[in-house]
Design a protein around this ligand. Structure first.
Ligand code: IPE
Ligand code: IPE
Ligand code: MG
Length: 243
């Protein structure tokens, strides 16, 4: 998108953080925070679909999250499997197209199958793209793209000069999606944690201290109101992009 700001972001990307702290502050196990977070996923997905957002990317599990205690990792994988089963009908009946980014080969076989089956079943959905970042790391994604392009050059399918920003963008998992207009991080930390490093070059950031399990439609509205007030200058002057 060019300079200026449109009312509704085309692509919203969310770093869904704070589940563990939400649970601990209530005397619950961390995994109960993740479970409650699934309700936020459902609510926010519905709201984005209704508002006309074209794509919603949810940072659900990072490459680095594999390093968490085994019990937490397996609980997250079970929740993911349960989510894919429970939300199937709603995803299909609302014209949502499910996609993923990340090294899903690392997910348990059963989860991979549920994910790929639902992606296939929902592939004609034209309501909104719901893109789950699973076993995702942006550095790993960029490295993968660089290796793919290097192999193309080596086999002389492309020349070095043909590698430009567009070609690199289209070698990323997110090739089909516009860059995020808005990145939301819940849980209060102001960091990217290896999320979409290339794609967020000119995204607007919105950080809230609200934890993901508490993040519901009014919180999304606050983020969207804030976004609406931004002037996206893309390196130009305020006068140039004039508003
Ligand atoms: C985000 O919540 C969910 C995942 C990273 C899978 P956390 O589990 O990171 O919650 P905090 O940050 O420890 O509170
Ligand atoms: C980022 O949250 C990853 C997801 C939300 C899936 P983390 O909790 O893993 O990030 P750090 O460790 O605080 O940077
Ligand atoms: Mg966290």
């Amino acid at each position: 998108m060019g300079p200026g700001t449109s009312a509704v972001p085309r692509h919203i990307a969310i770093i869904m953080d704070g589940n563990g702290r939400w649970a601990r502050s209530r005397g619950l196990a961390r995994v109960q925070g993740h479970a409650e977070g699934v309700n936020s996923v459902r609510t926010v997905t519905r709201a984005c679909r209704r508002l006309g957002v074209q794509a919603l990317t949810l940072y659900s599990f990072s490459t680095e999250n594999w390093g968490r205690p085994d019990g937490e990792v397996s609980a997250l994988m079970e929740l993911l499997a349960h989510y894919l089963e429970a939300e199937r009908d709603e995803i299909l009946s609302n014209g949502i197209r499910l996609t993923h980014c990340g090294e899903i080969e690392r997910l348990p076989d059963g989860v991979q199958k549920l994910l790929l089956d639902l992606e296939e079943q929902s592939k004609d959905g034209d309501g909104m793209v719901l893109n789950l970042a699973l076993s995702y790391g942006a550095r790993q994604e960029i490295l993968r793209a660089v290796r793919m392009l290097a192999a193309e050059v080596k086999s002389e399918r492309i020349t070095l000069d043909e590698i430009d920003e567009d070609l690199l963008s289209s070698s990323l998992y997110t090739a089909e999606l516009p860059d995020p207009d808005l990145v939301i991080r819940t849980g209060g930390e102001s960091r990217l944690s290896n999320f979409l490093l290339w794609q967020v070059a000119y995204s607007e950031f919105y950080v809230t201290t609200t934890s993901w399990p508490d993040f519901r439609e009014p919180d999304l509205q606050l983020a969207l109101d804030d976004f609406r007030g931004r002037q996206r200058r893309y390196g130009l002057t305020g006068q140039q992009v004039g508003s």
